[in-house]
Design a protein around this ligand. Sequence first.
Ligand SMILES: *Cc1c(COP(=O)(O)O)cnc(C)c1O
Length: 482
Amino acid sequence: MNQSAQLDRRFVWHPFTQMRDWLKREPLVIAEGHGAVLRDVHGREYLDANASIWTNLHGHNHPKINAAIRRQLKKIAHSSALGFANEPASLLASRLISVANKSKGDAARPSQISNHKLGKVFFSDDGSTAMEVALKLAYEFTRRTRGKTARPKFLSLDGAYHGDTVGAVSAGHIDLFHKAYSGLLFKPDKVMSPYCYRCPFNRARPERADARDYRKCHFECVGLVEKKFAAQKRRGNPYAAFIFEPLMQGSAGMIPQPQTWLKQVSDIARHHGALLIADEVMTGFGRTTSHSAFRTPHLPLFACQQENVQPDFLCLAKGMTGGYLPMAATLTTQNIFDAFLGEYAEFKTFFHGHSFTGNQLGASAALASLEILQSPASARARKNLENVLRKELQSLWPLPHIGDIRQVGMIAGIELVRNWRTREPYELRERAGIRVCEAMAKRGVLTRPIGNVIVLMPPYCTTTAQMQKMIRALREAVAEVF
Ligand SMILES: *Cc1c(COP(=O)(O)O)cnc(C)c1O
């Protein structure tokens, strides 16, 4: 066995992994990556079909990002944001604010949007910390505006995942991750998310199409959101904030929202005076690409922008550095910022921060990544890749063990079922998703399932041929496993 594999087995504890299973076999040791291809220590090549757990945007070893990091490395790798500003982080903050405030019909911006213009950036390290920052700011902002005795309450979506630190776990609703720690967590309310394929309000019989396209309902899910807000108001403690992943919930199982859902529920939340916390850790930076309303050179980079929703907190991480380095940002409004201003002795300071806040190498990578994203060539490539993905996914419908295929931009979730006519799921213990992904790996395609959902989220540099190979591997793997 390769030496790194031996050392790993001896000393490393892997995330979200049953280590007993891990220790049964030789781990795959990644040695290199170029574009959408990963190479292991034995020289075997694999396609990175989930962009290294949703982080990589432009491919591995991108010359522009590599060069940006090298340039910065000659100056300094890191100095502290506690006490000092630095060049790349300040520039990055201004660029993030600029791209985050662009919206459909920029010229005639409804006041609803301009009132919540994002103006400040708080840097941190990863998606979880970006969420922690938003939660703490929203909590404290609410206490300062409603009175110190207020007990700010949050509302988030069923199945939500917002990270693994204690605050971020609290905001989520995945039992498997929650049960053990419930004693440690605060408790937000939850409301159903629009999971059309398994929605109790959807009266449509299963068809061989994305469930959003043939659903039969009256947006009862939106009605439930309104009900929640109204009930909480009657209790005399209106929700402080509504937390959501826009357009598609990732770790919940790639649950896509039908068109206008996002706009409708955020209007409800706004109407009830709640702050909006948008977790775009997965969906940010072009992952959800297009909408018919946008022409290619002006593709929005964030999911919220596609439905003209302007959050008070925009949480970014995974793809922010192009997937190179751990760095995150919580964007917020001047209004929130102002609530933390005061004389030193008033102690209104936001007492929060991490050692690597505003790291220069991360910021340099993020600046280079943004520049690539904003180039017309990248926008065209994304649009094209999205179309290729849409076309190729069609070839999976004939498989009886595929129940739903849902795509938002460059993200696809393929739900495996025992029987598509009844939507009968596999039990988690059957490891259906894991087995299919193992069979795909044998065919040179790497991804990780969420329960029974296979995720495809390729880097934007993926070629048509590579995309076809990913789908072929999935098709063959499903046929082999079932
Ligand atoms: C991955 C993810 C997080 C957590 O990010 P980490 O960098 O893993 O801490 C939070 N929210 C969403 C939507 C995510 O996909």
